[in-house]
Design a protein around this ligand. Structure first.
Ligand code: XIL
Length: 378
């Protein structure tokens, strides 16, 4: 015990010499995954296979991945819209390249995702599909075939899957429907079949339900819906092992401590309910929308870092959490900019590195949170 404390203190001490904000991090500095490993945590990021983006084919981005990540997630390449250009067709080329690069650099890959329960994110051909005279049978076959084909192809190379993504409507907590789930006889039946198939085909794998109910106000109905879904899985004996907390978190102004304090009680209540049912937790898509903060970059980045640190400290206080995955490392490629501009139109700064690949205070905050985390049980 004494040994443990000494080790952790000295590590925290080492990392408290912060990686200089806006400095280029060189590979001989301790990366985020290395910082986390000492407490039994892994750190990773999303990447893409598009050479001019957040990709391993972009040398500057690949360097960041190599410094900081032990775990990778394809930002889009495993989704139905990318893998399934047509009913009878799979296109694995892009995702295979990500798998190969990860293997070459000895990084794990999480599978994201086997079913995104949103009409908008399913292939158009499937939304318009003619399921014929026995729709439940034909829809079931399509889903089982998809999950079987993907999980068999990657076998033990993928040890954790977001089997289902975003099945709960945030405003109401109800379940989302797609053409596939409608034909199959309902969303519950569809999600259960997805998890049962994944478990059958990849019994070694951690199976996760992933969603974006977050700790900020306005998410009560979403959280309640997710809890109902997770309770239902347990009641029906569906093999689901963890909740992926996407963690697209949002600042509300400079008083990050005040925000965090006011969110923490309800958030812990939610996480306690989830872990109380025996689910693990994962941070699957961390980034920060810099709302309500001034445009000034120094002030803004500090606010983002402080807010994330408070969030991570709460999350990491749960020993059920072992993985922290950022939704991209570099502001230049973040999905947040295009989907939601700041009120003042200033470029968003949601990631650990700025648009020129320089480490920001957010990266130092993540390093310090990982280093300060209580060790995970062996
Ligand atoms: C996003 C990607 O980042 C975008 O490039 C794409 O256009 C849409 O999807 N929740 C998720 C992720 O589970 O898959 C989403 O990724 C972001 C929100």
């Amino acid at each position: 015990m004494i040994h443990e404390i000494t080790r952790r203190e000295s590590l925290a001490g080492a990392l408290a010499v912060p990686i200089a904000p806006y400095a280029t991090v060189s590979s001989d500095e301790a990366g985020l995954d290395a910082a986390g490993r000492r407490s039994g945590l892994r750190f990773g990021s999303a990447l893409s296979a598009w050479a001019h983006g957040a990709s391993m084919d972009n040398p500057a981005y690949a360097a960041l991945l190599q410094v900081d990540c032990g775990l990778l997630v394809a930002e889009n390449e495993m989704k139905w819209q990318h893998l399934r250009p047509a009913p009878g067709q799979f296109d694995f080329a892009a995702f295979d390249r990500i798998m190969a690069w990860a293997a070459q650099h000895r990084m794990a890959v999480r599978g994201h995702n086997l079913l995104w329960q949103r009409r908008k994110w399913m292939p158009t051909w499937l939304e318009r599909y003619d399921f014929g005279a026995r729709p439940a049978k034909s829809a079931g076959e399509i889903l089982v075939n998809h999950i079987t084909t993907v999980t068999r192809r990657y076998g033990k190379r993928i040890a954790s899957y977001d089997v289902v993504n975003e099945a709960v409507t945030p405003e109401t907590g109800a379940l989302e429907e797609t053409a596939l789930s409608h034909a199959l006889g309902g969303t519950e039946a569809t999600l259960d079949l997805a998890f049962r198939t994944a478990h059958e085909q990849a019994p070694h794998a951690e199976l996760v339900y992933n969603d974006y109910m977050s700790w900020e106000p306005g998410n009560a109905a979403h959280r309640a819906g997710v809890l109902r879904l997770l309770e239902g899985f347990r009641r029906r004996g569906v093999p689901v092992h963890g909740l992926g907390v996407q963690s697209h978190i949002v600042t509300a102004g400079l008083d990050t401590g005040g925000s965090a304090r006011s969110y923490e009680r309800d958030w812990r209540h939610f996480l306690d309910a989830v872990t109380g049912m025996g689910y693990r937790l994962l941070i699957t898509e961390l980034d920060v929308r810099d709302n309500g903060l001034p445009a000034d970059i120094v002030v803004r980045d500090r606010g983002v870092a402080e807010y994330a640190r408070r969030y991570l400290d709460v999350m990491l206080s749960y020993p059920q959490l072992r993985d922290v995955v950022a939704w991209g490392l570099c502001d230049r490629f973040s999905w947040i900019g295009p989907v939601e501009r700041r009120a003042d139109k200033a470029a968003r700064r949601p990631c650990p590195y700025d648009a020129d690949y320089r480490a920001k205070p957010l990266r130092a905050a993540i390093a310090q949170a990982l280093a300060a985390a209580p060790p995970r049980p062996a």
